[in-house]
Design a protein around this ligand. Sequence first.
Ligand SMILES: [Fe+2]
Length: 287
Amino acid sequence: MWPLFPWRRATRIGAGTDWRALQARVASRVQIHIAPDCPRFPERIELSSGTRLANAQEMTTLVGGFAYEQGSRLPREPWRRPTEEETASLIATELPRDMSTAVSIIKLPGEFSDSARDAIRTAENEDFLAPLRATCDFGEPVHCIGTGENLPGLKTVTVNHERGEYIGMHVDTWDEYDVQSLHFATNRICINIGWNARYFLFLPYSVADVACLLAEELGLGWEIPARHTEIGRQFMARFPDVPVVRCLLAPGEAYIAPTENLFHDGSSLGQSHKDEVFTVRGRIRPI
Ligand SMILES: [Fe+2]
């Protein structure tokens, strides 16, 4: 397979290399912007020790009716706080311009009361946008996925319902774009409407950048897998020390993320109640 960006220098870095060395090789860094009115929790951003394959127990033990698909990759513990250098690299101080490589954390206006929670749950037509319009632009097209629930205590929450399995770190494919076009894909806002903090997990490189790195690493014989999630699995197998970034989202907070262009998942670890979210796709940006 040809390199996606053939003009870039094909210096090779082997597996196990300090992940920050990869930063110099990617076209664009994924950065997180945290809205000023969101509390500065010490555990707001954490990094895993890398990634790992789902183990035999995780692939055979049903949790909520599902086990992990063979080949799934999960964050490898322990989690840690980022260093100052990593924080400077990950956190954007200004509103992002390019939402295809940006994760934003926002807070719904006002107190997140039970009535605010119910208003989102039961909204009809485009009423669900009303409490969000003060914080985001939605662009077009807007697609309301609506309410979703997960068990508490899950390392990753996403189930591929066609396969009937948890899939671990993955890429969404609602738009069905090819890798070269993912920068034009829709993004999503996912609001935590539950009772506990939850997490958004992601690998800090876009799918396009990861495909480019793999093309450089593996040379002309490498073919881009048709399943975008598989691109990430190959990358994480080759670079198992690249950390997963974990963003904490309190009830009433939301992430906006390009989930068609990021290897990601949600996590309900540490929750005592069911995990509950409300999700809308669009071309969404914080204002
Ligand atoms: Fe997803």
